[in-house]
Design a binder for this molecule. Structure first.
Ligand SMILES: Nc1ncnc2c1ncn2[C@@H]1O[C@H](COP(=O)(O)OP(=O)(O)OP(=O)(O)O)[C@@H](O)[C@H]1O
Ligand SMILES: [Mg+2]
Length: 392
């Protein structure tokens, strides 16, 4: 139990700190402290039912059931109220122990609960060669299509594999990311809870933050919070990326355009950085500038690839053609994504990728081609274990 944090409700159990919980940090708390408790607060909760009224116990178990990812709970006592026990056992990880019990009984029950925590880690391990791949998508200007393309790339990657939980889409627009809304999913990443304790993020804890979208695709996205960029530490972001790269074959990051304390390190751990531009001259100029800035600033020295979004099919008109766009960029673009406003709007309104709601859209075909081209090339950077930024 070394390094684990245990919340104990009922002071009589505090003595367990010496024996079965040796090495853990044990905090004796009131039942009210269990409201809203999450994996960042404790690794285990011990409740002495004999120290509380049945009413207070029932409310506490109800509060735990309402938590998105409550820590494992062990309830002990001589008079365990049946209704409370039934509700407790509905929690994903819980157990009960009738008094009288020995320190050994507690140790066995705790070990059982903690091993369930380890098993809650993702079923998938990184690819057979041990190398996860991580691609970042960043818009050159606001509204250029970064989130749309990140969502569709993650979806296209899922279509290439049968393995469950193989792709994770991470929205690092921590204050007002749109990936969850685009997918019609509930964001549940709470990096702010970690404060200075980023090292506590492990694969099991990461699973408490992910929103499963499909069998293959998990989403890591935070609920809207205007102060998130100030509240969430660099260590927490980088550790989360490191653990995600350990847990999934493919990680796709929807990156914020403005540089944060962790941006360069996060990008340096990627084997592809895609800068998305729309087809206006200011956007193309910004895309070239952003691409150059990143190439020079990233520790990996990786050259970002520019993706032109919302290509119109007409040959003439106010929008530049791909060739004209490449002249303005002063370099080749990696790929072009067709414009299809109806498909893009319908999909975000319905909640889900364009590949699901408008599978025949040219956007889907263009993304598939881009993904196929990039995924079949060897990773341009020695792939992590963990997000390489940590090693930098
Ligand atoms: N290829 C496309 N064809 C038509 N519409 C598109 C295309 N790509 C994106 N859009 C639409 O453009 C708008 C902006 O897209 P999106 O939100 O993906 O951009 P963004 O770069 O992530 O924006 P932000 O700067 O707010 O993060 C959305 O309404 C989206 O549906
Ligand atoms: Mg976006």
């Amino acid at each position: 139990m070394t390094g684990r944090r245990v919340l104990v409700a009922g002071s009589a159990l505090a003595s367990l700190a010496a024996e079965p919980l040796a090495g853990a940090t044990v905090e004796v708390v009131g039942l009210e402290r269990l409201t809203g408790v999450g994996p960042a607060d404790a690794d285990l909760i011990l409740i002495d039912a004999d120290a509380c009224t049945a009413q207070a116990l029932a409310s506490a178990v109800q509060a735990l059931a309402a938590c998105p990812a409550p820590p494992p709970v062990l309830m002990v006592g001589e008079r365990l109220p049946t209704g409370v026990v039934r509700n407790l056992l509905r929690l994903e990880r819980s157990d009960v122990l009738d008094a009288p019990f020995s320190a050994e009984h507690i140790a066995v029950a705790v070990a059982g609960l903690m091993s369930q925590t380890a098993a809650a880690a993702p079923a998938s391990a990184p690819q057979a060669d041990g190398a996860s791949r991580c691609w970042a998508v960043v818009g050159a200007v606001g509204g250029s299509g970064g989130t749309t393309i990140a969502v569709e790339i993650a979806t296209a990657l899922c279509a290439r594999q049968a393995k469950e939980k193989s792709v994770c889409l991470i929205d690092l627009n921590l204050a007002d990311g749109a990936a969850a809304a685009y997918l019609g999913a509930q964001p549940s990443m709470k990096l702010g809870d970690f404060g200075a304790a980023a090292d506590r993020i492990d694969p099991a804890m990461l699973q408490a933050f992910v929103t499963p979208v499909t069998k293959q695709l998990d989403l890591l996205a935070a609920a809207r919070d205007p102060s998130a960029f100030d509240a969430i530490g660099r260590e927490a972001v980088l550790k989360m990326l490191e653990v995600a790269c350990e847990s999934y074959d493919w990680v796709v990051i929807d990156m914020p355009r403005h540089r944060r304390a962790w941006s360069l390190e996060a990008l340096s751990g990627c084997d592809e950085v895609l800068v998305v531009s729309e087809l206006t001259v200011p956007a193309l100029i910004a895309a070239r500038a952003l691409s150059d800035e990143l190439e020079h600033a990233m520790a990996s020295g990786l050259k970002p690839r520019i993706v032109l979004n919302r290509l119109a099919s007409r040959m003439f008109g106010p929008a530049p053609s791909t060739a004209e766009a490449e002249r303005a960029l002063g370099c080749k673009a990696e790929g072009g994504i067709s414009s299809d406003w109806e498909a893009a709007a319908a999909s975000v309104n319905l909640g889900g990728p364009i590949a699901q709601h408008r599978p025949k859209s040219k956007i889907v075909k263009d993304i598939q081609q881009l993904v196929e081209r990039l995924a079949t090339q060897p990773a341009r950077r020695a792939a992590q274990p963990g997000h390489a930024s940590r090693a930098a």
